[in-house]
Design a protein around this ligand. Structure first.
Ligand code: GRF
Length: 216
């Protein structure tokens, strides 16, 4: 079967890009990365893409006078490459209404909190500061409002006494690298449907196991 064609949009480190590259290295994985776009030439992720012999494109947002023109440039490149699903992976630019509409239900993001809790930036530090006992990560479809959109998959991690932001960020990131490729797989396998802005997974394995933290 033809593989789902992905674009991955990055601004920096690209560890989620790497997780997708690694997943795509499995010949049975149903998706392939056809384009990596970064708005920063020096993004570490661009090196990861080059190492994997992927087509890369740097579009410096600073040379555009407005957001829509920058986004149009990205859409044109993705259309040329035949992109079917856009994966935001640490892409630090707000997207125009036109872009989000054009890629409606074909645009996903990974966020390092259990949405709808802790939208925005510095979410790991804010979860610790709030005294939350769990955090995690969310893969979701992108809508106009930031960090809002049908949730595909989440992973939960504990917040331990004494955790600093680095410790929690690392614990969450490990799970991001698991659920992002998994969510893309489900989309490629056409197991996902969106009904009333909620995602249904076809034939999920459901578990009632409960997590408690801390355990006294
Ligand atoms: C991740 O924490 C992701 O959830 C957030 O940005 C970070 C990107 O990290 N959207 P990386 O560039 O994939 O390593």
């Amino acid at each position: 079967m033809a593989k789902l064609k992905l674009a991955v949009l990055i601004s920096g480190r690209g560890s989620n890009l790497q997780a997708l590259i690694d997943a795509c290295a499995d010949p049975t994985y149903p998706a392939e990365i056809v384009l990596v776009i970064s708005n920063h030439a020096e993004a570490i992720g661009i090196g990861r893409a080059a190492n994997a012999n992927l087509q890369t494109l740097v579009i410096n947002h600073k040379i555009f006078s407005n957001r829509t023109d920058f986004d149009r440039e990205m859409t044109a490149a993705m259309m040329d490459a035949g992109v079917e699903l856009v994966c935001l992976a640490g892409f630090m630019r707000l997207l125009s209404k036109e872009f989000v509409n054009y890629w409606h239900d074909r645009l996903i993001n990974i966020h390092p909190s259990l949405l709808p809790a802790f939208k925005g930036l510095d979410v790991q530090a804010r979860a610790i500061a709030a005294g939350a006992k769990f955090s995690g990560c969310t893969v979701h479809y992108v809508r106009q409002e930031m960090d809002v959109g049908p949730i595909i998959c989440q992973a939960v991690v504990p917040i331990h006494v004494g955790d600093d932001t680095n410790a929690l960020t690392a614990r969450i990131l490990m799970q991001e690298h698991v659920i992002y490729p998994q969510a893309v797989r489900w989309i490629a396998e056409k197991r996902i449907s969106i009904n009333n802005e909620k995602v249904d997974l076809d034939k999920p394995i459901q578990s009632d196991s409960t997590l408690i933290n801390p355990v006294g």
